[in-house]
Structures are given as structure tokens and as C-alpha cells.
Design a binder for this molecule. Structure first.
Ligand SMILES: [Zn+2]
Length: 141
């Protein structure tokens, strides 16, 4: 819902109210009632438009917060060639597949002492030295 639609609805309501005020003596009761119905309809439409606008703004606020979180996370990590590593704590590793697809930082879990696994997408890779021929994924481990 655009603001111009809301403003247009409010202008209609104001115009009807002005018409009622300016010509209330010359209008018959039935005409006054009809104008009041038009006025109430215009105000109800404007109210609905404002409610829709409020929802749109709330959705945009939520999207901004989500994007801020993704940006903060992006600044918090670095890529080591295979997985993402937390700059503050190099033992914290994040799934490159999930980050690449959605920007989400899902931590890799150590399974079977040598295998890292993403609990969300099931991405797997070996700890360094545990699987010959694999890239060293994190020298600190
Ligand atoms: Zn993943």
C-alpha cells in the first residue's frame, strides 16, 4: 500500500466533510446520511490502508534487522579455503554450504573425532591430517 493511496483516501474524506459543512442547510436528511456513509467508507478505507502500511513497515524493519545480523556475521568470519572461521575464536567453524546459500552461520559439529558435519545441511569435511589428500580446513584444530 502506497502512502499516496492513503493520502488520496483521506483527501476524499475531507472533501466529503467539507461538502457536508458547506451545504448542510440545503441538503435533505437522506442526502446528509448518504454523504455520511461515503465519509465513513472513505475513513474506513484510509484506516485499512494505514494498517497495511504499518504491516509493511514492520516487515521492512524485520528485514533490516535480518540484513544487519547477516552483515555483522559476515564481518565476524573469514574463509580459510574450505570453511568459515570465527575471527575471535578460531575453534568455531561455520558451514560454507549454508553460508553460501543463505548467509546463515551454522556451526560445524565434530563427529567421530575427525569429521566435521553441518547439522543443518549435512555438509561434511575432515579435520586436518585425518584424511590424506583433503585440504587442511583449520590449522588451529
Ligand atoms: Zn550447512
Amino acid at each position: 500500500m502506497e502512502v499516496t493511496t492513503i493520502l488520496g483516501g483521506l483527501k476524499t474524506a475531507i472533501d466529503i466533510a467539507k461538502a457536508l459543512k458547506d451545504s448542510s442547510k440545503s441538503l435533505k436528511d437522506a442526502e446528509i446520511k448518504m454523504k455520511l456513509v461515503e465519509l465513513m467508507d472513505a475513513l474506513a478505507n484510509a484506516k485499512q490502508s494505514v494498517a497495511t502500511l504499518k504491516d509493511d513497515l514492520l516487515n521492512k524493519d524485520q528485514e533490516i534487522q535480518k540484513l544487519k545480523g547477516l552483515l555483522e556475521f559476515k564481518e565476524q568470519i573469514t574463509f580459510n579455503g574450505l570453511v568459515y572461521v570465527d575471527k575471535q575464536d578460531s575453534s568455531v567453524l561455520y558451514c560454507p554450504k549454508c553460508y553460501g546459500e543463505s548467509g546463515q552461520g551454522n556451526r560445524l559439529m565434530i563427529v567421530d573425532e575427525a569429521l566435521l558435519r553441518c547439522p543443518v545441511c549435512d555438509f561434511r569435511c575432515w579435520l586436518p591430517g585425518e584424511q590424506p589428500g583433503r585440504k587442511v580446513i583449520h590449522p588451529g584444530i
